[in-house]
Write a protein that binds this ligand. Structure first.
Ligand SMILES: Nc1ncnc2c1ncn2[C@@H]1O[C@H](COP(=O)(O)OP(=O)(O)OP(=O)(O)O)[C@@H](O)[C@H]1O
Ligand SMILES: [Mg+2]
Length: 248
């Protein structure tokens, strides 16, 4: 069943079409990679999907509801989450405190306020920390974490609002091979165990081809290919504009 349907989505900046008439559909519970050269429009598309930019044209339907032009808060309340750079969000709070804040915010939004909210939120936060493998830095300030742990914390904060659709813009950027592997395992585990639908853009092609059910290729603001990883890898146009010979 189509979970997210994007039709003729367009974003024009002063006459320049950063996202140019994009259409695609993704299914519930799948992992979807978005690739393309620098400036292809990947981040702009993410900003449109999460309400940080308003489309110039086109339509976005999420779980049967037209969400075109909706603002970020409205979208996150309805289960669309994205990971943010933690250093600019809660730099001085510990990992536990940061996640507890996010869990509490979600409870406020969903109206499930209990008198034991604080204890419950803390317990939930601790469980989440264990699930994502951040127990070793539970009581450390967010800003003191290694780059890889910070990126994991960003994803965990997005997860604390119990999303249905998780958007990740280059989740493994700047990570070591070990950290990358951990992030990949985490995303796969969450998608499979929680039925989470994931849309991520990424420059690490090994990551993209290993974990994606589907890969969308953007070039100059347009979708040039949208297919299974094997087919994308062997597509002549994709090899020419982006992959080069290495991945054929
Ligand atoms: N606010 C803006 N105003 C004007 N032009 C913009 C704006 N945001 C993005 N662009 C332009 O739109 C194009 C797409 O940018 P975008 O950041 O979406 O690319 P990207 O695919 O995410 O690239 P990268 O791989 O480098 O992250 C670029 O040419 C960029 O300069
Ligand atoms: Mg980008």
């Amino acid at each position: 069943m189509t979970f997210l349907e994007v039709t003729h989505l367009t974003k024009v900046f002063g006459g320049f079409h950063a996202v140019d008439d994009i259409s695609f559909a993704i299914e519930r519970g799948t992992i979807n990679g978005v690739i393309g050269p620098n400036g292809a429009g990947k981040t702009t598309m993410f900003n449109l999907l999460t309400g940080y930019l308003r489309p110039s044209a086109g339509k976005i339907v999420f779980d049967g509801v037209d969400i075109t032009g909706r603002r970020p808060n409205w979208l996150s309340q309805r289960g669309i989450a994205r990971a943010f750079q933690i250093t600019s969000v809660f730099p001085r709070l510990t990992v536990l405190e940061s996640i507890e804040c996010a869990v509490n915010a979600q409870k406020r939004l969903s109206g499930s306020l209990l008198f034991s909210r604080r204890r419950t939120a803390r317990t939930e936060a601790a469980e989440l920390i264990e699930a994502v493998g951040l127990t070793h830095v539970r009581d450390a300030p967010a800003m003191s974490l290694s780059h890889g742990d910070q990126r994991t914390l960003e994803v965990t904060l997005a997860l604390a609002i119990q999303p249905h659709l998780l958007l990740l813009d280059e989740p493994t950027a700047g990570m070591s091979p070990w950290e990358t592997e951990h992030m990949v395992e985490l995303v796969c585990k969450l998608a499979r165990s929680h039925g989470l639908t994931v849309l991520f853009c990424e420059h690490d092609m090994d990551v993209v081809f290993n974990i994606s059910d589907r890969v969308i290729v953007l070039h100059q603001g347009r979708v040039i290919v949208d297919d299974e990883p094997g087919a994308v890898r062997g597509n002549e146009m994709v090899v020419r504009v982006y992959l080069g010979e290495k991945y054929v």
